[in-house]
Design a binder for this molecule. Structure first.
Ligand SMILES: NC(=O)C1=CN([C@@H]2O[C@H](COP(=O)(O)OP(=O)(O)OC[C@H]3O[C@@H](n4cnc5c(N)ncnc54)[C@H](O)[C@@H]3O)[C@@H](O)[C@H]2O)C=CC1
Ligand SMILES: CC(=O)C(=O)O
Ligand SMILES: [Mg+2]
Length: 370
């Protein structure tokens, strides 16, 4: 198969879909790999490294989209990329379709086979191609929150860990999954007082066993949320209903009653966000203020630490990428239900139930296309 890896074009996105090591995995199995010149340059992955791994360097993204049987990316295709997709071509990347009707319509129109990293499941549960980026974003959420609590960034001027004789900040983490767990590790490491909320009491039990009384865990009822949001200095949103638009758990009236200069970090923004007042921002302009509360809603947080993120992502994506290239998408998905769970759009149909429901498409089961 001919695999193509274009340079990412989203704002301040320096990750790359394939590392030279991943290219080598494809080329040693007889596949051809096209990489856009300069795709990894910002993170020290240079054209000569790709050439040494057996890739052909190509100047324009348009050439890659025109020639590749499978396009491997990081972020959801931007409008000019959607326009270059064609019928039957495999797109293997993050998609986050539920909050993005324009992208979904473009992918449906394209007739391409669109496999979303974030809905591929794992044999022991979870979402193994989302997990590494959630680890990165969870850890970053505390760094971003701590920085924006500084007065010069619009925050209330509070140090997360306090100092001897002055109490530490209150951090509330909504969602005790991968983002939540990595956020809480950083927050307790910095000495903050941390409360974690989830609907899944088993997750809270597991965290309690590991972290004991260094954290408080709470069942995520509307009442608990409201009480905790009001006393918090930093609130981190890391909830997920796989593939679906995020539930709006923190309402505008709650935000209005929060402390002035408090900070919200909505990591779940790529699925539409879990604060009613959230709208996606970019690394160039990461925050805005509503009712005196700083909102950080960057939809590609791991792009800021693109070198770490690219290696972590490739570790998780290479296995299924090789299966798609070697077996073709239909056979690979017939053999592996976890990979099949990644199929969101194919042949002009929406094949992921939560996306079809949230955006009003007829749902067509992936099985009927294999
Ligand atoms: N902004 C960015 O750059 C990035 C965003 N993300 C996003 O972060 C979000 C979280 O991802 P993960 O931690 O990997 O998911 P996860 O599936 O590991 O954890 C999500 C948690 O949310 C909980 N949850 C669901 N509904 C809830 C509710 N009503 N109240 C409280 N908890 C609830 C679930 O029980 C689960 O424990 C996803 O939307 C993901 O796409 C991930 C990486 C980067
Ligand atoms: C998961 C995601 O949206 C990201 O890594 O950018
Ligand atoms: Mg999007």
């Amino acid at each position: 198969m001919r695999i193509g890896c274009p340079k990412e074009i989203k704002n301040h996105e320096y990750r790359v879909g394939l590392t030279p090591a991943s290219v080598r995995e494809f080329t040693t199995r007889g596949h051809e790999v096209l990489v856009q010149s300069g795709a990894g340059a910002a993170i020290g992955l240079h054209d000569e490294h790709y050439a040494a791994a057996g890739a052909t360097l190509v100047r324009d993204a348009a050439d890659i989209f025109a020639r590749a049987d499978m396009v491997v990316k990081v972020k959801e295709p931007q409008p000019q990329e959607c326009a270059m997709l064609r019928e039957g071509q495999i797109l293997y990347t993050y998609l986050h379709l539920a909050p993005d009707p324009e992208q979904t319509a473009a992918l449906v129109r394209s007739g391409a086979v669109c496999v979303a990293y974030e809905t591929i499941t794992g044999p022991s549960g979870g979402l193994p191609l989302l997990a590494p980026m959630s680890e990165v974003a969870g850890r970053m959420s505390v760094q971003a929150g701590a920085a924006h609590l500084e007065l010069s960034k619009g925050g209330m001027g509070v140090l997360l860990g306090g100092v001897p004789g002055v109490e530490p900040a209150h951090v509330l983490i909504i969602g005790a999954g991968v983002v939540g767990t990595h956020a809480l590790q950083m927050a307790i490491g910095l000495g903050a007082r941390v409360t974690v909320l989830d609907k899944n009491v088993d997750r809270l039990r597991q965290l309690d066993l590991v972290f004991g009384n260094r954290i408080k865990t709470l069942y995520s009822s509307a009442q608990a949320l409201e009480e905790k949001v009001l006393e918090s200095d930093l609130v981190i949103g890391g909830v997920l209903v796989p593939g679906a638009a995020a539930p709006k758990l923190v309402t505008r009236p709650m935000v209005r009653c929060m402390k002035k200069g408090a900070v919200l970090v909505d990591v779940a923004i790529d699925q539409g966000g879990c604060f009613e007042t959230s709208k996606a921002t970019t690394h160039a302009e990461p925050t805005y203020v509503v009712d005196g509360v700083v909102h950080y809603c960057v939809a590609n947080m791991p792009g800021a630490v693109a070198r770490t993120s690219t290696f972590a992502l490739n570790n998780a994506t290479i296995g299924h990428g090789l299966a798609l290239a070697t077996k073709g998408w239909k056979q690979a998905m017939k053999e592996d239900p976890h990979l099949k769970a990644g199929l969101n759009v194919a042949a002009g149909k929406v094949t992921y139930q939560a996306v079809a429901r949230d955006l009003g498409y007829d749902y067509v089961a992936a099985d009927s296309l294999l």
